[in-house]
Structure formats: structure tokens, C-alpha cells
Design a protein around this ligand. Structure first.
Ligand SMILES: Cc1cc2nc3c(=O)[nH]c(=O)nc-3n(C[C@H](O)[C@H](O)[C@H](O)COP(=O)(O)OP(=O)(O)OC[C@H]3O[C@@H](n4cnc5c(N)ncnc54)[C@H](O)[C@@H]3O)c2cc1C
Length: 494
């Protein structure tokens, strides 16, 4: 006789929820996702995907800023209309089919790059919707049932959505998180904004005050500066990105300031309010900062209220995050949790892994508990900061004994050709064995370059093994193998 299918109910359709659903469906379970806003979750609809889409445009704008050093000039002739966002394009260069070459006798008129905010925002919204639709299609193809509405734990083994009850052998809570709001700086969606409200504007903020210099604040500050906003970044700590590699944070701060960003260190914002034509942010020391708009990035809070968690005996920490172990179990048997609502590490990749691990565990598969030491992460600033494994702080505080090599990219031939000199590759290796324990890369597209280091950490490769690996010449990844070569130690004399 065949076994009855295991019934899984998942609250939340972000990466924590939908990736879990795909694994559970693959293992033959009967899976239901309950989602109140849209599949893909905040990750796809309001946070990760929209912000990275904005940053894609901003990075291109930033790259164009440095083109004169590379021998490219864009002459501006006042009075001649440039197309919105039509960087360096001659007005008559685009034929009806969109690609014809300019006539030889056509006047050479170029326009400066300028962000076309409505086009940027609408591209972001369209892309997010398309990504959400792709997730929906994939779930449907795997036979996952999706219920729209707000789910809550009704009683043991039952999730309720309005009057509908879903019986479940296992419940996964993947309810995510939302931006923290300060009572003295309440967003209005027009001038005082959370990171989720930015794309509803109709224009680019002319003077943007960003409150908070963590990952979200730093990413938006860099992106909007590149797009043409005059940005003031208000940081309560001495430097931006206070929880990241200090060398990397300094590069981002230096580059930002060189490009005209104003960074106010050791400046705690106590309130933000609207003025007649903009915003005013008051600092703890009595100073005020004015701008056209204010972006509030002061942390995220878990979306765990009012969904029956405490009533079901699920343990929450003091800030409301669901307490889980490394296989995503909560304190209540049969209830698992994944993603931002657990506060373990607010990354889409971690949410997805926690969700998958929960399903493998619940459905009796062999499972490797979550290993946070191996998480590769990127901060999408200008330049990007990518990290994996142990940190400089671990080394400096003696938590880990490691040798460190930091190689500036200024001497890398490819970096010179591409016209940038900011950034570095840093490797951490175990003292005696030379096993790679972690790394930091600060560079354009560091998010792509970190894979080599990530693979080394995962597979416990040594610096000798990396040093003997071919890198392309010229390439930025050549600096990874070069850093490894510098960490090679001569063999002990016999
Ligand atoms: C601005 C920004 C940029 C980011 N960029 C990156 C990045 O570049 N890379 C990265 O890895 N991470 C990034 N993140 C983090 C990433 O977005 C989150 O880690 C990820 O979304 C977490 O996934 P999740 O499934 O836990 O939650 P979410 O994606 O938040 O999904 C949770 C879903 O649950 C639904 N829900 C909540 N309660 C209920 C309920 N009771 N009933 C039904 N549905 C419910 C919500 O509607 C939501 O759709 C970023 C975050 C922000 C804010």
C-alpha cells in the first residue's frame, strides 16, 4: 500500500517559501502556499529585485562618468534637444526600425546622460511583475497549490485563510520582514520614503537625504548619486557600512565622497519631517539637514505579529524573530520557519536555503544543517563588496588564526585598462595548512568574482591549489590567484 502524501502548508511566497515548496513538491508532498501580496515575496516585488534593477541602471551611469579618461567624449550643444536617457546618441541616428546608422552629413549632436526616472521606475515594476509571474508559473508546473490571502496558525496542524482551513502535517512560516518605522520619522510615501516606496515616485529625488548607512542605505545612496541625485548620507556610526569589512567600507565611502556624496559620520538622526517644499532631518547634536526627499533605512522588523505563532507555542526572540535551529525547526514540533522572519541572515539565498533544509528535514531526507560560514554575500555599492567565510574582524579579535593578504586592484592590468583603481582582493588562509577560510573582493562585479573564493572555502582548497589554477590574463580574477601566490609558504627544509 502506498504511503499517504505528506501535507505541507507554507505561509509566505518569498524565496524562503517558494524554494521550500519546490523541494517539497519534488519529494512528492501535497504543497499549499498562502501568500497575501504576490509570489516571489518582498524579495521579488519590492526589495531585492527592484533595488538591483535600479542599481543596474545606476552602474551604467557611473561607468559613463569615467569614460573621458578612456578617450570617449560626449559633447553637449546647448539648445539641441537630447533624448531622455539617450546617452551619446545622435537624434537622427535611430531609424524607424531602431538601428540605422547616422547619415554622413547628419549634424553631430550628442546629449549628456540623464536618468529618465519614469522609464527607470516603470522598468523596475515591469521586471518585478515578470519575475513574480515566472515564480507562479514554476510553482504551477510543479503542482503547488497557491491560495491568496493572509494565513495564520489556527490550531495544531491547521492553517486558516479567512474561513478556509488547510490541514497540514508540516507548516513552514516564511512571512518575511518589513521596514522599521521610527515614530519621529513616519514615511508618507511622497517625500519621506521607505525603500519600498521609492519606485512610486514620478521623478528622481533632486536632493536625497538617506538616513542609515547599513547595506540598504549605502546601496541606495550610491545608486541615486550615480543617477544624478545630490545625496547626503546620515550615519550614526563613524563610517558607512559599520558592520562590514572596514577596508572595504572605506573604499565605498571614499568613492562616494569623490563623486560628490556628502557623508555625515557620527550623526544620529532623531526625526524627519516635511517642510513646505521638501524634508528636514534633525540630528541628535542639534544640526538639521534639508533635502527634497528622505529615504529611511533604519532596519527591518519581522512580519510575525497576529499570525498565531505565540498561541501555537512558537518561540520568538525579544524583537519578534522566530527562533530556529540549523535545520529550521521552531520550538513547536511540526512547525518550521525560514527567511527574514527568523532574522538569521537577511539574504534571499539564506532564506531559500533555510526553506529547502526545512523541507528535506521534515520529509525525512538526509540534510546538511545551515552553515553560515559559507554564505557568499554582496553589497551592491559602487564598487561592489563581496564576501565569503571568515572576516577581518574574526582575525583581528583572535576568533580565527589566519594569514591575510590584501592586494589592491590598482596594479591589476585589467583594472587599469577598464579605467578604475579602487578596490582590492583580500584572502584569509589557515596559518599552517594554507586552507582558504574566506575572502573579500571590492571591485566592479565583485558579486561575480567571489565564486572562485566561495568554491575554495566550500571545498577547503589551499592557496597552493588556487595559485596553480589558471586565471585569464588580463583579468580581475588574476588578482585572486596572485593573492594566493603571495600566501604560499616555502616548504620546510628537510
Ligand atoms: C532594499 C533591499 C534590497 C535587498 N537586496 C538583496 C540582495 O541583493 N540579495 C539578497 O540576497 N537579499 C537582498 N535583500 C534581502 C532579501 O530581500 C530577503 O532576505 C528575502 O526577501 C527574504 O525572503 P523571505 O522569503 O524570508 O521573505 P519575503 O521575500 O519578504 O517574502 C515573505 C512573503 O510573505 C508574505 N506574508 C507575510 N505574512 C503573511 C501571511 N500571514 N499570510 C500570507 N502571506 C504572508 C509577504 O506578503 C511576502 O510576500 C534585500 C532586502 C532589501 C530590503
Amino acid at each position: 500500500m502506498s504511503q499517504p502524501r505528506s501535507r505541507i502548508a507554507i505561509i509566505g511566497g518569498g524565496p524562503g517559501g517558494y524554494e521550500a515548496a519546490l523541494v517539497a513538491a519534488q519529494l512528492g508532498a501535497d504543497v499549499t502556499i498562502i501568500e497575501e501580496s504576490g509570489l516571489g515575496g518582498s524579495c521579488v516585488l519590492t526589495d531585492c529585485v527592484p533595488s538591483k534593477t535600479l542599481i543596474a541602471t545606476a552602474s551604467l551611469m557611473a561607468a559613463m562618468e569615467g569614460t573621458s579618461d578612456l578617450g570617449i567624449r560626449f559633447d553637449h550643444e546647448p539648445g539641441e534637444p537630447g533624448e531622455p536617457g539617450g546617452f551619446g546618441r545622435q537624434p537622427d541616428q535611430r531609424g524607424a526600425a531602431g538601428g540605422s546608422l547616422a547619415r554622413a552629413d547628419a549634424p553631430r549632436i550628442y546629449s549628456h546622460a540623464r536618468a529618465d526616472a519614469p522609464q527607470i521606475y516603470s522598468r523596475i515594476r515591469d521586471l518585478a511583475r515578470a519575475q513574480s509571474a515566472d515564480v507562479a508559473k514554476r510553482l504551477a508546473a510543479e503542482g503547488v497549490r497557491v491560495i491568496s490571502g493572509r494565513g495564520r496558525l489556527a490550531r495544531r496542524g491547521v492553517v486558516a485563510v479567512g474561513d478556509t482551513e488547510i490541514q497540514a502535517d508540516t507548516v513552514l512560516v516564511a512571512a518575511g520582514a518589513h521596514p522599521r518605522v521610527l515614530p519621529t520619522a513616519v514615511p508618507d510615501g511622497e517625500r519621506l520614503l521607505t525603500c519600498r516606496q521609492l519606485y512610486d515616485l514620478t521623478e528622481l529625488p533632486s536632493e536625497l537625504v538617506v538616513v542609515g548607512s547599513g547595506v540598504t542605505g549605502a546601496e541606495f545612496a550610491c545608486a541615486l548619486q550615480a543617477l544624478g541625485s545630490q545625496v547626503t548620507l546620515v550615519s550614526s556610526r563613524q563610517h558607512v557600512l559599520p558592520n562590514e569589512d572596514a577596508d572595504a567600507a572605506m573604499v565605498v565611502e571614499d568613492v562616494g565622497q569623490r563623486r560628490g556624496m556628502s557623508v555625515l559620520g557620527r550623526s544620529r538622526a532623531v526625526s524627519a519631517s516635511r517642510t513646505a517644499d521638501g524634508v528636514e532631518v534633525c540630528l541628535e547634536d542639534g544640526r538639521t539637514v534639508r533635502g527634497s526627499h528622505c529615504l529611511l533605512t533604519v532596519g527591518m522588523v519581522p512580519s510575525t505579529e497576529g499570525i498565531g505563532l505565540a498561541e501555537s507555542g512558537v518561540g520568538l526572540d525579544a524583537r519578534g524573530f522566530v527562533a530556529v535551529d540549523r535545520v529550521s525547526r521552531t520550538s513547536t514540533p511540526g512547525i518550521y520557519a525560514a527567511g527574514d522572519c527568523t532574522g538569521v541572515w537577511m539574504l534571499a539565498s539564506v532564506a531559500a536555503m533555510q526553506g529547502r533544509i526545512a523541507m528535506w528535514h521534515a520529509l525525512g531526507e538526509a540534510v546538511q544543517p545551515l552553515r553560515l560560514r559559507h554564505v557568499a554575500a554582496t553589497i551592491f555599492t559602487e564598487p561592489e563588496i563581496a564576501t565569503v567565510g571568515v572576516s577581518q574582524q574574526d582575525v583581528d579579535t583572535g576568533v580565527v588564526g589566519a594569514r591575510v593578504e590584501k592586494l589592491p586592484l590598482a596594479t591589476n592590468a585589467r583594472a587599469k585598462m577598464d579605467g578604475f583603481g579602487d578596490g582590492f582582493v583580500k584572502l584569509f588562509t589557515r596559518r599552517n595548512t594554507g586552507i582558504v577560510l574566506g575572502g573579500v573582493i571590492v571591485a566592479p562585479r565583485a558579486s561575480e568574482l567571489i565564486l572562485g573564493v566561495s568554491l575554495a572555502v566550500e571545498q577547503q582548497l589551499t592557496v597552493d591549489e588556487i595559485a596553480h589554477t589558471f586565471a585569464v590574463y588580463p583579468s580581475l580574477s588574476g588578482s585572486v590567484t596572485e593573492a594566493a601566490r603571495r600566501l604560499m609558504q616555502p616548504a620546510e627544509p628537510l
